[in-house]
Write a protein that binds this ligand. Structure first.
Ligand code: SF4
Length: 469
């Protein structure tokens, strides 16, 4: 989004952001109009994604060239109206592929990835073009569709013909094609909603959504939530629960912690949990020590899921790299008691072959351990370990029988389920890192979270610097 003269120029990414969070659009608009706001820098994750997206795009471009296509490439260094003029001329010239062609027709504009020539007559001659975008994901996202319909509509104006299809080159090498007519009404409705929003911006306030972690306004919003003691800070609260509380006049975390009356449409047990959560977090924010309260005992959940401790128990974690092509489980880590002192065993993998070998060694290790300690369990935190093991054993054809047996015997104990159903803690999240305050000193190493581990691993892949591992 930017000011083009006195008008706001909107792009496909503005539309995608608007669909994710209208407050982000409101902030973008204020920023574009020159308000002194300070967006956060891209996160390391976002930088890796950007780099990999560029590499995916470059690979597809190289393939088009290798297939003998005549490709005209446009730089992004010119301003958009000038690039759009050049693109229009190139459309009439009839090259096979236009890479980073530009479109400009206020309020919309932007650079499409690829325009590919097809045998369908148009204003240009006996041919026309369709839009192809490259995306790293393995499945198309509804937001990608909005983007492609926008570029296709802008292309239609330039070539005097509505393209029939648009395409996405996915991260796994497959192409997803869709009929534009099937999505046109939805996409145009979304665009006109954004146009109306920009013409007359309503008041908005930040409400946490999935995309917050990658949003450039995340620091501004976090400060707002903290300064206003927002309900958004309460761990595990949902959007609809916040709305019901606000409608009942409970607007801050401290107020929720003290609220002793009912709230319409909010179940009493839910309200009790949220109230305790807010009270403990408020005390902690005021400088109190980490604290927790046990939930009422339920024989089928929470602490009741904990088996009897055994000398052979294992504590297990997997680190996976989603940025590796089709994902790579690059490290299995197991901690266990070895004759009275703790021992850590790691199983590394830096490519698909090593991933299989690391899995094989891990399975042998588990099998041996369970033979020696028939009552041992494998403790892990959250569902990822078991789902990754299922996926690994089936894709590599290694250890499926043992994994099935371990699952049947309830060998795996998910400590996240135990904790989240068993107690209410004073911390803002229930991640392993947040809960470490209850049992260990603050970490001092550079890698403190699973996300940080992936970023460090990606840095190692790029630089080969062994000190990172
Ligand atoms: S941080 Fe979250 S709530 Fe704030 S603008 Fe971004 S997406 Fe919206």
């Amino acid at each position: 989004m930017k000011l083009e003269g006195s008008e706001i120029l909107l792009s496909a990414s503005d539309l995608m952001r608007f669909m994710g969070c209208i407050h982000a659009t409101a902030m973008d608009l204020r920023y574009a109009k020159g308000e002194p706001l300070f967006p956060a820098e891209d996160t390391e994750d976002a930088k890796i994604l950007q780099k990999q997206g560029d590499a995916h795009e470059a690979k597809f471009l190289a393939k088009l060239r290798a297939d003998g296509n005549l490709v005209i490439e446009f730089g992004r260094d010119r301003d958009l109206p000038a690039s759009a003029k050049e693109t229009r001329a190139a459309l009439f010239a009839g090259a096979d592929v236009l890479f980073q062609g530009a479109f400009f027709g206020l309020p919309w504009g932007g650079w499409s990835d690829f325009l590919i020539k097809v045998d369908k007559p148009s204003l240009l001659g006996a041919y026309s073009y369709e839009v192809i975008d490259t995306k790293l994901k393995r499945k198309p996202d509804p937001k990608h569709i909005l983007q492609l319909v926008l570029y296709s509509d802008l292309l239609a104006t330039a070539q005097g013909l509505q393209p029939e299809y648009a395409h996405i080159e996915l991260g796994n090498g497959e192409r997803f094609s869709f009929r534009l007519l099937d999505y046109a009404a939805y996409a145009r409705h979304a665009r006109s909603r954004l146009e109306r929003f920009v013409a007359d911006p309503p008041a908005t306030s930040p409400d946490p959504v999935k995309m917050c972690d990658l949003c450039r306004w995340r620091e501004v919003c976090q400060t707002h939530w903290e300064e206003s003691d927002s309900l958004a800070l309460v761990a595990g609260i949902s959007r609809s629960q916040r709305s019901k509380l606000i409608a009942a006049g409970v607007t801050t975390m401290a107020a929720l912690g003290q609220h002793n009356e009912g709230v319409p449409k909010l179940a009493e047990t839910t309200l009790n949990r949220l109230r305790t959560q807010a009270r403990l977090q408020t005390a902690r924010r005021a400088g109190g020590r980490p604290s927790f309260e046990l939930k009422p005992f339920d024989p089928s959940r929470g602490l009741a899921l904990l088996p009897k401790p055994d000398a052979g128990d294992l504590f297990y974690d997997i680190e996976g790299d989603p940025f590796y092509e089709n994902g790579l489980e690059y490290l299995h880590g197991v901690w266990f008691d070895s004759g009275g002192s703790g021992e850590f065993r790691d199983f590394w993998a830096h490519n698909r072959t090593e991933e299989k070998e690391a899995l094989r060694q891990l399975i042998v290790f588990f099998e041996d351990r369970l033979k020696r300690f028939p009552r041992a369990h494998i403790y892990h935190y959250a569902a990822y370990e078991v789902s990754a093991l299922r996926q690994l054993t089936s894709s590599h054809g290694v250890g499926e029988a043992l994994l099935d047996q371990m699952l049947r015997e309830n060998r795996f104990v998910d400590l996240y389920s135990v904790v989240s159903a068993g107690l209410i803690a004073s911390e803002p999240r229930y991640s392993l890192k947040n809960l470490e305050v209850f049992y260990m000193e603050a970490r001092t190493g550079e890698v403190k979270t699973a996300g940080g581990s992936v970023v460090a691993y990606e840095k190692w892949r790029e630089t080969g610097d062994q000190s990172i591992l």
